[in-house]
Every structure is written in C-alpha cells, then in structure tokens.
Design a protein around this ligand. Sequence first.
Ligand code: NAD
Ligand code: UFG
Length: 345
Amino acid sequence: MSKLVLVTGGAGYIGSHTLVALQEAGFDAVVIDNLCNSSEVALQRVETITGKPVRFYRGGVGDRVLLDQIFAENAICAVIHFAGLKAVGESSQKPLEYYQNNVAGSLVLLEAMRASGVKRLVFSSSATVYGSEAPVPYVETLQTGSTSNPYGTSKWMVEQVLRDAANADPELSIALLRYFNPVGAHPSGLIGEDPQGIPNNLLPYIAQVAVGKREELSVFGGDYPTPDGTCLRDYLHVVDLALGHVRALEWLADHTGAEAFNLGTGQGTSVLEIVRAFERASGESIPFQVAPRRAGDLPAFWADASRAARELGWVASLGLDEMMADTWRWQSENPHGYRAVDEEG
Ligand code: NAD
Ligand code: UFG
C-alpha cells in the first residue's frame, strides 16, 4: 500500500503543520494549493524541518484536468482536504466565492477521486457546523445546521455531500474532522499562521500587538454570561491538530463510511485568560480595550473530544503555555510572516 497522501491547501496554516506530522510519521506528501492565502515559502520551510521533499502543484481544487494529472502521476492512497476559504466575515460579503471554492471545489475533488479509485478522505470541518442552538460541550451526535454565515454553511454542506457519497459507495472511508480553535505554531519557529492584512482571529491579532505592528487589541464584548464576561473558546495547539490528521488517516485504513470527530482539548478559555497567558509567555504587555460585541460570536463553546480519544486514539497534549510560547516564537522571528518585509504599505 502506498503511503503517499494528497494534501489540498497544504501551503496553508494547518496544512503545513500537517505535512510535517505526516512526513514524521512515515507518509509522503503531494500538495495542491493555489496560494490564494499562503506562500510557497511555507513548503520550503516544511522541507527544512523534515529534510524530505514535498511535491507541489500550483492550482485550484476546482481544476479537474490538474487533479486528473496529479492522480495519474502519483500513487495516492488518501486525500486530506484543507483547501478552502475561511474568513467568516468575508463569507457574508462574497457568498458565491465561498460556495464555489468550498463546496464546488470539494465536488470536483470527489469526482476526480472516484475516477482514479482513491477511497480515503480526511475533511477539514469546523465546530461552526454545530450552529447557534447547540448546547455545550459540543458532541458529535448533536444535530448540526443553523449555521449563521456562508462559510459555516459551506462546511455543513460538504459534510452532507460526503455522507451521501459514503452511503452510495460502501468502499469510501471519510473522516470529518471538526476543529475547534487552532492556535500556536511549530516549535522550530519556521512555520506558523500568516494572515494577510488585519487578522480576524484572536491569537494572530494579539501576536501582532506584541510585535508592535498593531497598537492594541479590541476585546469584542465584556458582558457575556461567562466568568469574566468575555467569550470562551476551545483553543488547541496546531501541532496536536496536525497529529489528529495522522490518527485519522490510520483510522481510515480499517473503517468505511463517513464519521465526524471533534478535535479540541475539551476546555474553554476566555479572551482575557488568553491575553494573560500570552503576556506570561512573551514577557510583552498586550494593551487592550473592551469593545462592542462582534456580530455572530457565540458566548461559549468547547468540545467533547472523547470520541477522538476513544476511536482515533488522539488527545491534545500541549497546553496554553506551549500554544502561547510557540505563537510568540513564530511571530517574533517572522514579524512579516513569510514575507521578507511588511507589504501592507
Ligand atoms: P489557510 O487559509 O491557511 O489554508 C487554506 C489553504 O488552501 C491556503 O493555502 C489556500 O491558498 C488554499 N486554497 C484555498 N482555496 C483553494 C482552492 N480552491 N484550491 C486550492 N487551494 C486553495 O487556512 P487554515 O487555517 O490552514 O485552514 C485549513 C482548513 O481548515 C480550511 O478548510 C478551513 O476552513 C478549516 N478550518 C480552519 C479553522 C481555523 O481556525 N484555522 C477552523 C476550522 C476549520
Ligand atoms: N476576539 C477578540 N478580538 C479580536 C479577535 C477575536 O476579542 O480581535 C474574540 C472573539 O470575539 C472570540 C474569540 O476572540 O470571542 C475567538 O475569536 P476568533 O476569531 O479567533 O475565533 P472564532 O471562535 O470566532 O472562530 C473560529 C474560526 C472559525 C470557526 C470557528 C468555530 O476562525 O473559522 O472558530 O470553529 F468557524
């Protein structure tokens, strides 16, 4: 059996960390990425970390001709599908782009897999599929839906497509990995999250304040029904998350059907707790002010991650201090991300 995995979106934040985990676990990787939100430098850095080559095809997952070429040229045993657009706010402004990339792109990928006889797929889903009505902690048996933006809906739709595809083809084996809030970076400081423009997410924003690129953090909402009034999320280290993909690939080898797994730590942490933990790890102070709530934010959610522990043999092992220290190392050693200079102007 080949150990060659096609990684869509492999130059991105989670994809690049997963490439390292795959290669360290004895898999080889081929990447397709259109670099719409990433840099080829990330792939070079992965090669530096592991000392192994990554074969790269630049292009979109909606390009059936390119996908057919990739499957013809490589004996691929499984696909990990990260490629997609992920900015929640932007998805409401550009819904067609989100459905085209995330939903239509996944359909083309599935058709190409069917044509080439590849039966195993790991899909990047999100805790957002549980929607606004779900009780916490989120458990996989909850009904999904009630998503509140096109990004979330696109993830939910792809999950339905994959379940239907698995029902129709009993040889298909699919893991729907529902990530909670991935943060941190590889401990080498060579790869990490490199958002373009103003970061939407908490940790990249804090890291840019710490490095002097932004003046202060706006804490969105201080009057939530939580212990300190700020939202609770389940932050997990991206290196743990990457290992979850390796465990899922191993699970695919002796299961069929489409099954969902939460990947989180099972613990909620508030925005203010994150600010304090980052200050501890970096030795920098993070000026902040409490600002109005951000539209669409839920007060608190975290994972019931027991299914992944039971069935995949995966548990998050890295704590908040490692998440913060590794974010800080990446940001301070690469203040402009993968670019040599600040290109924001
Ligand atoms: P990212 O933007 O860093 O990585 C996505 C990669 O896909 C990028 O390299 C981008 O260039 C590429 N890409 C986008 N559209 C493409 C297309 N049509 N064809 C080929 N390549 C394309 O994002 P990430 O944080 O690494 O997220 C990876 C996946 O995990 C995404 O599907 C995202 O929705 C999902 N996810 C992320 C989070 C999170 O908080 N980061 C949470 C839940 C789920
Ligand atoms: N926050 C701030 N200030 C900021 C940025 C964020 O206070 O500048 C707060 C948010 O209000 C929220 C928390 O920090 O309370 C976390 O916000 P993020 O934007 O980092 O993460 P979200 O939980 O909103 O969203 C993440 C992913 C989505 C995914 C969702 C559920 O970005 O893709 O988790 O899995 F859908």
